[in-house]
Design a protein around this ligand. Structure first.
Ligand code: ADP
Ligand code: MG
Length: 688
C-alpha cells in the first residue's frame, strides 16, 4: 500500500497537532484511518423539491439562498428567528423559537438545505427545520445533499470532521489500491476501492451509497474470514497429539460416569473423540445451555487424555466456579486413580509451590483452576488437553498462552452463551463447533412469569410459600454502568426492605460486586448451606454456583437485562428435582424490552433465545465481540449482512486454500489488512 496512507493525519491540510490529538481519541491516527472512519448515519437532503410545491402539513426538502433574516421578539416576549429562503420558484420562512443564538449561523446570500414540515402562518414557513449549509462549490461536500453524520468526540464539530475527511479524500482517495483481488471485484460487479470510499462518505445518490456500502461490507467481512481461514490453517498445521480412544479406554470412562449420556452428549463425545485421535490439534467450541451436561462431556474428553498419559488443565473464569468444577470432578473421580488438584489465586504459597512442582514432574493428572493456570511460572510435564469453561470471560490471548505451555494440546472451549448456529459456524470459522442441544432427563424447565406491578404482593406471597417448603430464593438486581453507585445503593436498600417489610421471618443475604472476594465467597457458602432463605445479588457470574435447593429466581428491573443475561440467570435455578420458578419484575418501556420479556416467558431453548437476542439487539451489543477475539466491525452488521458474510467466507477460504501463505502479489494488500484488523492479536496468526 502506498506509504502516504500510513502518514499521521497531521500532515493533512487543516490538521495541526491539536486536531490530531482530538482525532486520535476517535481512533484516527493515519490518513487511512480517516478514510475508513465511516459515517454512522446520513442526513438526506437529496430529494429536493421546489418551494412552489409546498403542501401545508407535508414534509419538504428544499435548496435555496438566504434572502433575508429577522430576529424579533413575539408578543409574549419569546424571541423568534426567521430566515427567509428562496429558490427559483418562491420563498419560505424557516422559523425557530427561543434560539436567538442561531442567528450567527446564517448570512444573507448563504445557500442551504432545509427539511421540515410546511406550516402556514401569514406566509409559508418551516418550523425548526433541519438545515445544512451548502459549502462553497469547491470544497462542495454538501452539494449532493446526502450529508454524512460521524460519531464525534468533544472539541470537534460535524462540519470540521466532514471538512477533514473531505480533504483526505481529495488528496488521497484516488491513490487507494484495491484490497480485493480484481477477480472478486468483477465477480460481484463491485465499485473499486477509491470510488467506494468516496461514495460512502459523500454519496451522490442513495443508489451509489448502497453500492459503496455493499462493497465495503463485503470487504470487511472478507478480511475477517481470511483471518479465520488463516487461523484455522495455522492451528491445523501444528503437529498435535494423536490420542488413543479405543473400546478399552471408553469402557473405563463409562464406569466413572454414573448415568447414560444423552443423545446429544453421545454425538458430541464422538465428535471430540475423532478430533483427539487425529494428529491435528483440536480447537473445538462446545456450546450448550446451563445444565445441558457440558462438564460431563469435558470430563469424558479429559479422561481420554489422562488415559493416554497426558496432563489436563481445566480452567474456569472465577475462583468460585473453579472450586465448583473441582468438587464436581472430585465426586466423579473419587474412586478412580486420577490425581486431581485445585489451584487458584488464593491458594497459599506453600501449597502453590508444591503443586507447581507436581505439575512439572507429572504427579498431577488433572488440574482445575482459574487463569492463574496460565501464569508464566507454571510448567507442565506433558500438558495434552485443555478445557476452558468460558462463561464469556476469557480472551483469546489467554487461550493462546496456555496453548504455548503444552506441545500443542487439544483445546475444548465451553460456553453457556449459545450463539445462533448459522452465525457460529460462519463466524468462528477457525474452530470446530459442537452443540449440546438436549437436556439430561428429569430436568423440569422453570416456569416463567412476568409480574406486573399490581401482582407484586401476590408474587411475594407465593415466594413465602416456597420458603415455607424449605426452598431458597435468588433476587437479582441489575447494575447499570453509568449509575452503578446509585444502583448499588438501591440494591442495598432493596435487601433491607425485603428483610424488614416483606419477609421479616426469613433471613435475607446480600451479595454485590464491590465486596471482597473472600466476603463474596462467604456469602455464597452461607447461602449454599442454607443460612439464608433469600439472596439479593447484583452480580451474575458469581451465582454460576450450583444450588439445587434454590427454586425461585426473582429478577428485578428485568427490562434492563439483555435476553442472554436473563436466560443465564434463569439457568441458575431448576437444578434440583423440584419445579422452579422465574419471576420477572419490571415495567418495560420499549417495544423491544417487552418483546424480550415475552420471549423469556415463552421459550426455554437457549439457541432460540440467542437467535431472538441477536435479532433484537443487533450484533454490536450481541456479545462482547472482543471477548470472542473478534475485531470491532466498522461497517458490517452480522445479522443484516449475514448473506454477504457467507459469500465472503466462501471466497476467503477458497483463496487461503489455494495460497495458504497469501504469497501471490495480488494478495499482499489482503495480508496487510488482516494485520491491521488484528493488530493487537497478531500472534494468533502465522501469515506469510
Ligand atoms: P453444564 O456444565 O452444561 O451446565 P453439567 O455438566 O453441570 O451442565 O450438568 C448439569 C447436571 O446434569 C449435573 O448435575 C450433571 O451431573 C447432570 N447430568 C449431566 N449429564 C447427564 C445425563 N446424561 N443424565 C443425567 N444427568 C446428567
Ligand atoms: Mg489430536
Amino acid at each position: 500500500m502506498n506509504q502516504l496512507f500510513n502518514q499521521p493525519i497531521q500532515y493533512l491540510k487543516g490538521v495541526g497537532p491539536k486536531r490530531s490529538e482530538i482525532l486520535e481519541r476517535l481512533g484516527i491516527k493515519t490518513i487511512l484511518d480517516l478514510l475508513y472512519y465511516f459515517p454512522r448515519d446520513y442526513n438526506d437532503f437529496s430529494k429536493i423539491q421546489k418551494i412552489s410545491e409546498s403542501k401545508i402539513g407535508a414534509k419538504i426538502t428544499i435548496r435555496g439562498t438566504i434572502a433575508g433574516i429577522q430576529n424579533r421578539v413575539a408578543r409574549g416576549g419569546k424571541p423568534i428567528l426567521e430566515v427567509f429562503v428562496s429558490d427559483e420558484t418562491g420563498t419560505i420562512a424557516a422559523t425557530w423559537f427561543n434560539q436567538p443564538f442561531l442567528v450567527n449561523k446564517f448570512h444573507v446570500g448563504d445557500r442551504l438545505f432545509l427539511h421540515g414540515k410546511v406550516n402556514s402562518y401569514k406566509y409559508l414557513q418551516l418550523l425548526s427545520p433541519e438545515y445544512e449549509m451548502l459549502g462553497d462549490e469547491v470544497s462542495g461536500f454538501t452539494t449532493w445533499g446526502i450529508i454524512p453524520v460521524y460519531p464525534l468526540t468533544e472539541h470537534i464539530s460535524q462540519t470540521q470532521l466532514r471538512k477533514i475527511i473531505h480533504s483526505a479524500i481529495q488528496c488521497c482517495a484516488d491513490l487507494l489500491d484495491d484490497t480485493l483481488p480484481e477477480a472478486l471485484v468483477k465477480k460481484y460487479n463491485f465499485s473499486h476501492a477509491a470510488e467506494a470510499i468516496k461514495h460512502i462518505h459523500f454519496p451522490p445518490s442513495p443508489e451509489q451509497l448502497s453500492r459503496a456500502k455493499n462493497r465495503l461490507v463485503y470487504e470487511e467481512l472478507f478480511i475477517l474470514e481470511v483471518a479465520m481461514a488463516l487461523r484455522r490453517r495455522s492451528i491445523k498445521s501444528e503437529q498435535g497429539i494423536s490420542f488413543k480412544a479405543g473400546a478399552n479406554v471408553d469402557g473405563h470412562i463409562r464406569k466413572i460416569i454414573p448415568f447414560p449420556l444423552t443423545g446429544a452428549q453421545e454425538r458430541v463425545v464422538h465428535e471430540i473423540k475423532e478430533d483427539m485421535k487425529n494428529t491435528k490439534p483440536m480447537n473445538r467450541l462446545l456450546q450448550g445451555d446451563v445444565g445441558s451436561g457440558k462438564t460431563v462431556v469435558a470430563l469424558y474428553a479429559a479422561l481420554i487424555a489422562v488415559a493416554n498419559g497426558y496432563q489436563v488443565a481445566f480452567m474456569a473464569p472465577t475462583e468460585i466456579l473453579a472450586q465448583q468444577h473441582f468438587h464436581t470432578l472430585q465426586k466423579f473421580l473419587h474412586a478412580s486413580q486420577v490425581r486431581l488438584c485445585l489451584l487458584t489465586g488464593s491458594s497459599d504459597a506453600k501449597y502453590k509451590k508444591e503443586t507447581l512442582s507436581q505439575l512439572s514432574n507429572g504427579t498431577i493428572d488433572l488440574i482445575v483452576g482459574t487463569h492463574a493456570l496460565i501464569e508464566e511460572t507454571i510448567s507442565f510435564k506433558n500438558l495434552g488437553f485443555v478445557v476452558i469453561d468460558e462463561q464469556h470471560k476469557f480472551g483469546v490471548l489467554q487461550r493462546l498462552k496456555l496453548r504455548k505451555k503444552g506441545v500443542s494440546p487439544d483445546v475444548l472451549i465451553m460456553t453457556a452463551t449459545p450463539i445462533p448456529r448459522t452465525l457460529a459456524i460462519t463466524l468462528f470459522g477457525d474452530m470446530d463447533i459442537s452443540f449440546l442441544d438436549e437436556m439430561p432427563p428429569g430436568r423440569i424447565p422453570a416456569k416463567t412469569y412476568w409480574i406486573s406491578k399490581n401482582k407484586e404482593t401476590a408474587a411475594y406471597e407465593f415466594i413465602r410459600g416456597e420458603i415455607k417448603k424449605g426452598r431458597q430464593v435468588f433476587v437479582i438486581y441489575p447494575l447499570v454502568e453509568q449509575s452503578e453507585k446509585l444502583d448499588l445503593k438501591s440494591a442495598v436498600t432493596e435487601a433491607e426492605r425485603l428483610q424488614k417489610e416483606i419477609f421479616p421471618e426469613c433471613k435475607v443475604g446480600l451479595l454485590h460486586g464491590k465486596m471482597k472476594s473472600s466476603e463474596k465467597e462467604q456469602v455464597m457458602k452461607d447461602f449454599k448451606e442454607k443460612r439464608y432463605d433469600i439472596l439479593v445479588s447484583t452480580i451474575i457470574i458469581e451465582v454460576g454456583i450450583d444450588i439445587p435447593n434454590a427454586t425461585v429466581m426473582v429478577i428485578e428491573h428485568a427490562e434492563r437485562f439483555g435476553l442472554a443475561q436473563l436466560h443465564q440467570l434463569r439457568g441458575r435455578i431448576g437444578r434440583g428435582c423440584e419445579q422452579s420458578y422465574c419471576l420477572l419484575f419490571g415495567i418495560p418501556k420499549t417495544a423491544i424490552s417487552r418483546e424480550r420479556l415475552r420471549t423469556m416467558v415463552k421459550t426455554h431453548d437457549g439457541f432460540k433465545i440467542a437467535e431472538m437476542d441477536f435479532k433484537l439487539r443487533g450484533p454490536g451489543e450481541f456479545f462482547g465481540t472482543r471477548q470472542h477475539g473478534l475485531p470491532e466491525l466498522k461497517i458490517s452488521n452480522l445479522f443484516h449482512d449475514f448473506p454477504i458474510l457467507q459469500k465472503a467466507r466462501k471466497d476467503a477460504f477458497e483463496i487461503v486454500n489455494n495460497d495458504p501463505h497469501l504469497s501471490s502479489e495480488e494478495y499482499q494488500k489482503i495480508k496487510q489488512r488482516v494485520t491491521e484488523m488484528f493488530k493487537d492479536r497478531l500472534e494468533l496468526f502465522t501469515i506469510g
